[in-house]
Design a protein around this ligand. Structure first.
Ligand code: UD1
Length: 368
């Protein structure tokens, strides 16, 4: 009988990672698989639209956990995924990235003796105030097979004493989605539809607690964006977390739709986002995925964080860490505008075929 894999996703950045793995596992045909959606993200524009655009089949199981505090959300996922495992035990559970769904499902599985596979293992920001860093550390601590996207991840796991036999450098599955969908995304011409010329605008995303939860910080960043947008129009799809924070702060009109030069939109579909990023002159973001996508697309990326768990995007890619210091962001923005920015170099194994390597690693590991 074939082994059965649970492929688990919960939040938006998981979907771009799951899609190529699901496709490659189906093509290789060595195992059966089921898609389990925890429901951490549930709005249609954070969720359904990604499944449609990325061609992911509808989930076989949906745990419908919804939002909550870290403890409440993680606990709900743990409890509901455990019940699912008891009723439908898989041969292994495959989790992606670093969201609460990742750690909760890994923990539920390992406690029932179901082996855990972590895709995007080994990344470390060394900043334990980030919820994602805790999720990464705990997930890697219980995983049996650790599939890594960049060399720093292999070094981190080695330093933490993880046996080499559990670790494989497979490359970046998110880049498979980017490369696969780029031609369709370019056809969208999202910038032109907004009346913006290619390379004639910047693209912004902000959703990290460190940037949006503190009113003083968010207020400062919004003022800076307004100032920068007077020099270069900015497109800013506002994450629900940021929307909520801005509303509480009464940061209107700072972040309201309909402004001429700081264009605030709702969360955007995948193809629309890629279209806007590919044509942007500069990206300002605190997202992990965008640092990677910019590095492959060759778009300068100002990373509004003090650290990154993806150092290859700084070493070989187009990202520079600027934190949330207004002067540093301003200086980096001026460097981009003045053409003082390194070009992207090729990143090993970010070649659009990482999903195939994941599927092969899974097949080899299950057959061992
Ligand atoms: C989560 C991940 C983060 C990832 C981000 C991408 C964790 C700890 N964080 O952060 O690593 O970069 O997703 O988006 O897992 N909300 C909605 N609709 C939704 C989902 C959320 O309105 O479909 C709102 C709710 O008010 C919720 C808030 O957004 O309380 C935060 O959602 P949550 O999933 O807890 O964390 P994110 O900030 O999205």
């Amino acid at each position: 009988m074939k082994a059965v894999l649970d492929l688990v996703a919960g939040a938006r950045p998981n979907f771009m990672k799951l899609a190529p793995v699901q496709r490659a596992v189906a093509t290789l045909g060595a195992q059966d698989f089921r898609i389990v959606h925890t429901g951490q993200h549930y709005d249609a524009d954070m969720n359904d639209v990604f499944f449609q655009e990325l061609g992911i089949p509808a989930p076989d199981f949906h745990l419908e956990v919804g939002s909550g505090s870290h403890g409440a959300q993680t606990a709900r996922i743990l409890e509901r995924y455990e019940a699912h495992l008891v009723a439908n035990r898989p041969s292994a559970t495959v989790v992606f990235g670093d969201v609460n769904s990742t750690v909760a499902c890994a923990l539920a599985a390992v406690k029932l003796g179901v082996p855990v596979v972590h895709v995007e293992a080994g990344l470390r920001s060394f900043d334990r105030t980030m919820p994602e860093e805790i999720n990464r550390l705990l997930t890697d601590a219980v995983a049996e097979l650790l599939l890594v996207s960049e060399p720093s991840g292999v070094a981190n796991l080695k330093r933490e004493g993880v046996s080499d036999s559990k670790v494989r450098l497979v490359g970046n599955v998110m880049i498979d989605s980017l490369m696969g969908q780029l031609p369709r995304a370019r056809e969208r011409g999202a910038a032109q539809r907004l009346g913006l010329a290619p390379k004639g605008y910047g693209f912004v995303t902000l959703h990290r607690p460190s940037n949006v939860d503190d009113p003083a910080v968010l207020g400062r960043l919004v003022s800076l964006l307004q100032e920068l947008s007077r020099e270069l129009p900015l497109v800013f799809p506002v994450h629900p977390r940021t929307q909520n924070a801005a509303r509480k702060l009464a940061l209107q009109p700072g972040l309201e739709p309909g402004q001429e030069r700081l264009r605030c939109l709702g969360p955007q579909p995948y193809l629309e986002t890629i279209s806007l990023v590919a044509d942007a002159a500069v990206v300002l973001t605190d997202s992990g995925g965008l640092q990677e996508e910019c590095s492959v697309l060759g778009v300068p990326c100002l990373t509004l964080r003090e650290n990154t768990e993806r150092p290859v995007t700084v070493e070989l890619g187009t990202s520079r860490l600027v934190g949330n210091d207004v002067a540093l962001i301003r200086a980096a923005f001026d460097d981009v505008r003045g053409g003082r920015w390194p070009s992207a170099r090729e990143i090993p194994l970010w070649d659009g075929r990482a999903g195939e390597r994941v599927a092969q690693a899974l097949a080899d590991w299950l057959a061992r």
